[in-house]
Write a protein that binds this ligand. Structure first.
Ligand code: ZN
Length: 167
């Protein structure tokens, strides 16, 4: 079966950055399953997989505009320490969930000066050219429920970041 809109595709992948450093990988985990053509994965990778079939291996280079976007300096902000309820120690590199105008976001602390904390809400991979080594492990039809929800349901419970309920 070929990768096409509304098929469930399972891939093994290794993601490396510009210096060849491994940023993410499915190694030691189940292949990543996603619903093709529904914006579940970054556009550059989704487009590259289109038309391929189970067993295919491909190397895909994804530019930031087809990946996690360009970095936006407007997403770097300085806030006061009292914004971080319940965190006794705040250090650069720490990540927090924060509510923004665009909904919940993960922010990374990039600077601490007294009570002033600088946070960056850019995606950690924004502005980065990504290289994926992908192997397509499986392509199957989606279930009606998966199509309705726009994402994959795996056998062992659901990964539902949007918090919806299946019962
Ligand atoms: Zn669902």
């Amino acid at each position: 079966m070929q990768v096409a809109k509304d098929k469930v595709v399972a891939i093994d992948y290794v993601l490396t950055g510009p210096e060849g450093e491994v940023l993410d990988s499915s190694e030691g985990r189940e292949p990543l399953a996603y619903l093709h053509g529904n914006g579940n994965i970054i556009p550059g990778l989704e487009q590259a997989l289109e038309g391929h079939a189970e067993g295919d291996k491909l190397d895909v280079t994804v530019k930031p505009e087809e990946g996690y976007g360009q970095r936006d300096d407007a997403m770097i902000q300085t806030v006061t320490r009292d914004m971080f309820e319940g965190a006794d120690k705040i250090e650069p590199g720490m990540r927090f969930n924060a509510m923004s105008n665009h909904g919940p976001r993960i922010v990374t602390v990039t600077g601490v000066e007294g009570d002033n904390i600088t946070v960056d809400a850019n995606h950690p991979l924004a502005g980065v050219t990504l290289k994926f080594a992908v192997e397509i492990k499986d392509v199957r039809e989606a279930t009606g429920e998966e199509l309705e929800h726009g994402h994959v349901h795996t056998g062992d419970g659901h990964d539902h970041e949007d918090g919806h309920d299946h019962e």
